[in-house]
Design a protein around this ligand. Structure first.
Ligand code: ZN
Ligand code: ZN
Ligand code: ZN
Ligand code: ZN
Length: 662
């Protein structure tokens, strides 16, 4: 991360202060709605600018700041009143609703409208109360009945592996005894559909015994046992790509990368040997990740994979999980604290980064969090930058108030041992957690990554496809990469894991920058500079910025093409068109001939078109192979910017993103 302190010293701050404040505020507050901002503004109003600047602004560290808002005369009552109102707000389970949806679904099931039935069954599953908790409805077995019904819809859709999951889950949730014979019978059907004949036989035999007197059902069972059945083709789950060799110091990174530190650039990543385009550079799971509330119904709350057989939380109706494993992991760690406060937090207008700040604490629990704090000098997460030296006092006050709000939710949710949850004033231990929350709220502004998944739209070609923003995550190794408006990496996500690949070839000692948002081909210089200095507080000095490379359709198509002198280590380049193709290089003084290079440059441009045709016919692997070879060739003979090559790089990134969801 660049730390350009001199930016501050510039007399003309090229960003209007308001825009900067707004951008920083966005990292705390998702939108102008929600009660938190109203509260924070009210506090700022009451204490006045003078106090913020001269008292609060003079505090040395986060623990002093958090203590100050609770204990100083100016803020004490305001904060205590506000936090005193924090209480559980969540969408509870609803047995009536679940039953109603299930009965509707059954009607569609009978009419063989399986897709409609499936949707209703999903709602029924997600709203069903915990097994045994509401015996007035379905004798407390709503969940198992909803799961059982959904399994029938999946069988109708020939999705046998999903059906099998649901039957097994229904049995775990005490499916009534009268259904058990049928359950094993349908399991037999699923196993047959999956080609597991031995298991199918065991299930059918067991079912037959259980159904002993029921001749009609046994007759149908035997038809299922012997009838012709289409096999379900299971698509293998996408596996994370493997690094050719792991880096000793950063196991999620390739051994071909090294981390350097300099005064100007802070920490950054370079190549320590040659790298080809398309090579996998980083495969990393997040330190913490949070799904956007709008995506709660579409992706697993825990792993960000799309939902096939969604399961709910036993208490709230807000979240969904892809599997019992994800559900149990979430509930045994962070979700037990967040569950009943999630809707309050969302209603507060809290940003997803603020949620992630909380998640970094809830996922570790109290003991581990305190241990991390104690060891903060060695913990990687504490080495990530916060720019606290540049942060204005008013921004600090807002963040500290947010930390106190999150801390209050933890107090109420039973995160701490002392169950004096009526007491707002934190204990020493609680202050330490508040201190960590405040650190997280600052650090995430600069180090969180937005997580995107490619959207597969059958009506659109791959080239026009879009990425959907689904959540944010913090990656400890990926955070070490610097920004460049002409990034060397293409990133994509598998679930919540990030994968960085080389977008172009790199030589030993080349910096390997990432991109924090604005790419030069898509955003013009002033817009890029504005968004980077506002959100990330640095002035970008990358090559594309200094030389003001044009964006697509803003002159990039007419940007001059430049060929390298073919002599090794000669840095001279020649702009096309040439007067003659053979001449003496003015730098290395060798006689050179560029005619072959011109032919190769055309070849690259043709290959990009070949790759785009592969993309049109959905042959991603072939497209990637053609693109990477042509991109590597381009950089051997020519210099950026070059429109066709940057378009090819963008397409390479799209290919990787689509491979991930395919
Ligand atoms: Zn999951
Ligand atoms: Zn919950
Ligand atoms: Zn730049
Ligand atoms: Zn030369």
């Amino acid at each position: 991360m660049h730390i350009l302190l001199e930016v501050l010293a510039e007399l003309v701050w090229f960003v209007d202060i308001y825009y900067k404040e707004l951008c920083s505020e966005r990292t705390l507050q998702s939108n102008s709605k929600g009660f938190f901002l109203t509260f924070a503004d009210y506090v700022a109003d009451q204490v006045g600018e003078h106090w913020i600047k001269n008292k609060f602004g003079k505090l040395k560290n986060d623990i002093e700041r958090i203590k100050c808002v609770y204990e100083s005369n100016e803020t004490q009552d305001l904060v205590e009143n506000f936090l005193g109102n924090v209480k559980e707000i969540y969408r509870p389970k609803n047995g009536d609703f679940s039953q109603k949806r299930r009965l509707e679904a059954e009607r569609f099931l009978k009419q063989k409208e399986y897709q409609k039935a499936l949707q209703l069954y999903c709602q029924s599953v997600l709203r069903a109360p915990k097994t045994g908790s509401n015996t007035k409805i379905d004798s407390g077995l709503s969940l198992s009945l909803a799961l059982w019904g959904r399994a029938q819809a999946f069988i109708g859709l020939k999705k046998y592996s999903n059906a099998l999951c649901d039957i097994q889950q229904a049995l775990k949730e005490n499916l009534p005894g009268s259904y058990k014979g049928q359950a094993f019978w349908k399991m037999g059907v699923c196993y047959r559909g999956l080609g597991e004949d031995n298991r199918a036989k065991v299930s059918f035999d067991l079912a037959e015994k259980m159904l002993h007197n029921d001749e009609e059902n046994i007759k149908m069972l035997n038809e299922d046992r012997k009838g012709i059945m289409a096999r379900e083709v299971i698509k293998k789950p996408n596996e994370l790509p493997k690094l050719v060799k792991q880096n000793d110091n950063f196991p999620s990174a390739s051994e071909k990368l090294s981390v350097k530190t300099s005064k100007d650039a802070g920490r950054y990543v370079i190549a320590n040997q040659d790298i080809s385009s398309g090579e996998t550079l980083v495969v990393e799971s997040p330190y913490a990740a949070c799904l956007l509330p709008d995506m709660f119904g579409l992706f697993c709350h825990n792993c960000f994979n799309s939902l096939e057989t969604p399961l709910g939380c036993p208490e709230c109706s807000s979240v969904a999980f892809c599997s019992a494993a994800c559900r149990d992991e979430a509930i045994s760690t962070y979700h037990k604290y967040e569950c009943k406060y999630l809707d309050l937090l969302i209603g507060s207008g809290m940003s997803i980064l603020a949620h992630t700040a909380l998640r970094m604490i809830t996922q570790n629990g109290l003991e581990k969090s305190l241990a991390i704090r104690k060891n903060r000098k060695k913990e990687k997460v504490y080495q990530l930058c916060t720019h606290s030296e540049l942060r204005p006092a008013s921004d600090f006050l807002q963040r500290t108030l947010m930390a106190s709000f999150l801390l209050r939710c933890l107090q109420k949710a039973g995160f701490f041992h002392d169950k004096t949850e009526d007491k707002v004033l934190p204990s020493e231990e609680q202050y330490q957690i508040g201190d960590m929350l405040l650190f997280n709220l600052q650090m995430l502004q600069f180090n969180a990554h937005e997580v995107y998944h490619a959207k597969c739209d059958p009506d659109k070609t791959l080239k026009d496809s879009q990425l959907v923003y689904i959540g944010v995550a913090v990656y400890l190794t990926t955070s070490l990469f610097n920004h460049d408006c002409f990034p060397a990496t293409a990133r994509y996500f598998l679930g919540k894991n990030i994968i960085l690949t080389a977008a172009r070839p790199l030589k030993a000692n080349d910096p390997v920058p990432e991109n924090y948002g604005p790419i030069f081909t898509k955003k013009i210089l002033p817009d890029r500079q504005r968004s980077l200095s506002s959100r990330y507080w640095f002035k970008c000095q990358c090559q594309a910025c200094i030389q003001n490379w044009p964006a697509f359709n803003m002159g990039l198509e007419t940007a001059t093409k430049r060929l390298r002198c073919p002599t090794e280590k000669c840095s001279k380049c020649y702009t096309l068109p040439l007067l003659k193709e053979s001449f003496e290089c003015s730098e290395c003084k060798k006689l050179i001939n560029l005619s072959n290079k011109i032919i190769l440059l055309h070849w690259c441009e043709e290959q990009y078109q070949v790759a785009f045709q592969y993309m049109d016919s959905n042959q991603l692997k072939e497209a990637i192979d053609v693109l990477t070879l042509a991109i590597d060739t381009f950089y051997k003979i020519a210099l950026p910017p070059h429109k066709a090559t940057h378009l090819a790089e963008a397409m390479l990134c799209i290919c990787f993103n689509h491979m991930a969801v395919k």
